[in-house]
Design a protein around this ligand. Sequence first.
Ligand code: ZN
Ligand code: ZN
Length: 53
Amino acid sequence: MAIVTHMKCACESCLCVIAVEDAIKKNGKSYCSEECAEGHPQGVGCGHSGCEC
Ligand SMILES: [Zn+2]
Ligand SMILES: [Zn+2]
């Protein structure tokens, strides 16, 4: 009986919904990827299909 909670990536322009257990945690927020967690320092998006961040 697994409790899987999904939430949206904390990145403003990110549309990804991620499982909390798979999220990249940073500053108390959960992100879909390292890029989002770092605020896109390289200007690269998370690479997930359909996501425009
Ligand atoms: Zn994303
Ligand atoms: Zn992002």
